[in-house]
Design a protein around this ligand. Structure first.
Ligand code: NAP
Length: 270
């Protein structure tokens, strides 16, 4: 076995939606373990450049790239750019995602398609281009025992229904079966595909749930660990799933949720 000083040394990682929140935290964590990181963003170049600057200030390697993950040609162009910049890609973190909430009877087709287009179709398009590259290159034992690793950022809402968020919950349920199906299909090619299912993580996507004392108190009722998660909690899980430490792990969702899936309503009831 080859022992590396850093777990992801010599590898290239694309993190979609890495200009903010969980994606930024994951990009920094992968860079700390030696991966060269591509910080994808859609509309916030300044925030992407701040993440890049932080990684570089700690001696890491990072570039930024603008692409809307729901647009096929933009995704193809992004992978072409990465091949030119770094030669290949070893790790894809399918993180870009958002919410457009509405009560179900008021949900417009535009709101539905917008969320599904980014959260689910975006993951399909990026995974497909990554897999093409993994298959072309194959295993390079000095880098990793796998030909490639895909980490889908899903949610506890791949299993917990969420009133008022039908488009979002459906997108994450879809991510679960996309992940499992391609994990099964590609395992013989030494490609590993897993998900992380975050619970409530402190990011701009859900600020309304934590930036007032009352909101935070309500939120903590759903979390047995009694603390909100941080992007670093997801970063650590992503490093493990991207590294050979998890080489025999394929097709799972690793929930990082402080116990949110443990039916906390039963703590003092039922
Ligand atoms: P966030 O802080 O709002 O970040 C979202 C990121 O997605 C931004 O970097 C944004 O880039 C990017 N993005 C949006 N649309 C895009 C597109 N079309 N193409 C490429 N990038 C796009 O949200 P977050 O909380 O970190 O969420 C990240 C992921 O974690 C999402 O998939 C979300 O569903 C999941 N998640 C979050 C939580 C939580 O509690 N925070 C819980 C479970 C799951 P720009 O700013 O450049 O547009």
């Amino acid at each position: 076995m080859i022992h590396k000083q850093k777990k992801l040394e010599g590898q290239v990682a694309l993190v979609t939606g890495a200009s903010s929140g969980i994606g930024a935290g994951v990009a920094k964590a992968l860079a700390q373990e030696g991966a060269a990181v591509v910080i994808n963003y859609a509309s916030s170049p300044d925030k992407a450049e701040m993440v890049q600057a932080e990684i570089k200030s700690q001696g890491g390697t990072a570039i930024t790239f603008k692409a809307d993950v729901s647009q096929e040609q933009e995704v193809i162009d992004m992978f072409e750019h990465i091949r030119k910049a770094f030669g290949t890609v070893d790790i894809l973190v399918n993180n870009a995602g958002l919410q457009k909430d509405a009560s179900f009877h008021n949900m417009t087709l535009e709101q539905w398609n917008y969320v599904l287009g980014i959260n689910l179709t975006g993951q399909f398009l990026c995974a497909r281009e990554a897999v093409k590259e993994f298959l072309r290159r194959g295993v390079v034992p000095e880098r990793s025992q796998s030909a490639g690793k895909i980490i889908c950022i899903s949610s506890v809402h791949e299993v917990i229904p969420w009133a008022g968020h039908a488009n979002y919950a459906a997108s994450k349920g879809g991510v679960m079966m996309l992940m499992k199906t391609i994990a099964q299909e590609l395992a013989p090619k030494k490609i590993r595909v897993n998900s992380i299912g975050p619970g409530a993580i402190r990011t701009p996507i859900n600020h309304a749930a934590w930036d007032t004392p009352q909101g935070l108190q309500n939120l903590l009722k759903l979390i047995p660990a009694k603390r909100i998660g941080e992007a670093e909690d997801i970063g650590k899980a992503a490093v493990w799933l991207a590294s050979d430490d998890s080489e025999y792990v394929n097709g799972i969702t690793l929930f990082v949720d402080g116990g949110m899936l443990l039916y906390p309503g039963f703590e003092d009831n039922g």
